[in-house]
Design a protein around this ligand. Structure first.
Ligand SMILES: [Zn+2]
Length: 334
């Protein structure tokens, strides 16, 4: 079971999805897979890969045991990225809301019988991007399920979903793999000069997050952020620093900042041995002297709060500036 590097192969569950996959396979075999599934878990655990694997399995016209065959016409359509009974719903742009019109359009489509006579499958990601109207419209659709229509909602932040909607879905939480399993998988994806152990550690044990962090452009983005933190610590102007960061993807910027804060806390709590990114030690030492644990936890909460604001499609420079202002407040540079 490997990640889909080759688009022609059907999506497969990842090794650490094995338990969930086995349970789904049993449910499918007994024809009691609930019509709405909610897959949750931290980012970087392959939740969408798991959802796509289920889609491939359900739409495949000659499945082999628990897996799609990869050869039939339906599998070829899936591999080409088009199957008439496969509906993927996401916001029109990253960070934007998923709108009621998108849910309505999908509902109209799934009310018709499957074009290829089998299952229909709807993937909604990220489910928390649905605004309240969209979530209510989906709730109505889930309350009157069409036969052989499978809904899969994928969410990093299920607590942002209305409780009524959550209660309509069977909930599956993807957990990070044991370290050795994550490293083995990662080693197969990376080039030889990259260290799976180090990357996985820096990614908090989340293999796909580690893979993302291994990309050169991600490393460059992190360096920019670290330089900004260093400059702010040395009392640089917030507006000037913010304008240098405005081109970074905001969600990645928040991820990196939260990872950095968590690692700086590990330094305070466990000293050098607990740190994941030793290159940051000089800055962690400064922050240890300048800022309490409580203050850094407060900053982490500010980041979480800021993340909710991403849905409103904020002005990047202002967004970064506000984030940096809360940082400098805690640094006492007001
Ligand atoms: Zn097939």
């Amino acid at each position: 079971m490997t990640e889909v590097r080759n688009e022609q192969k059907p999506a497969q569950p990842l090794p650490w999805h094995a338990d969930i996959w086995a349970q789904w396979s049993h449910q499918l075999h007994d024809d009691r897979l609930p019509h709405a599934l909610l897959i949750t878990g931290l980012p970087g655990l392959g939740k969408r890969t798991l959802a796509r694997a289920l889609a491939h399995r359900l739409l495949c016209e000659a499945p082999q045991g628990p897996h799609a065959c990869g050869h039939c016409e339906a599998c070829q359509m899936m591999a080409a990225g088009f199957h008439p009974d496969w509906h993927q719903l996401s916001p029109e742009a990253e960070g934007k809301a998923l709108k009621i019109d998108q849910i309505r359009e999908m509902t109209l489509q799934v009310q018709q019988s499957a074009q290829r006579g089998g299952h229909k499958l709807v993937l909604i990601w990220p489910a928390e991007a649905m605004n309240l109207y969209a979530a209510n419209a989906l709730l109505k659709t889930l309350e009157e399920p069409e036969p052989r229509t499978q809904f899969v909602l994928v969410s990093d932040q299920p607590s942002s979903l209305p409780a009524t909607l959550r209660s309509r879905c069977q909930h599956w939480k993807v957990q990070p793999p044991p370290l050795s399993q994550g490293q083995d998988w990662l080693a197969h994806q990376l080039s030889e000069d990259q260290c799976p152990q180090q990357l996985l550690k820096a990614a908090g044990g989340r293999p796909l997050q580690a893979l993302k962090m291994a990309r050169p452009e991600q490393e460059q983005q992190r360096q920019l952020l670290y330089e900004a933190l260093d400059r702010l610590t040395r009392d640089a102007e917030v507006t000037e620093v913010a304008s240098q960061l405005k081109s970074l993807p905001l969600a990645d910027c928040l991820d990196s900042l939260q990872n950095w804060l968590a690692d700086s806390l590990r330094y305070t709590l466990f000293a050098e041995a607990g740190v994941q990114d030793v290159r940051q030690l000089p800055l962690y030492q400064q922050w240890h002297a300048l800022m309490s644990v409580r203050q850094r936890i407060k900053l982490d909460l500010d980041c979480r709060q800021a993340r909710l604001g991403l849905k409103q499609n904020p002005n990047p420079e202002l967004f970064i500036e506000n984030l940096l202002i809360s940082l400098t407040k805690e640094l006492g540079h007001e």
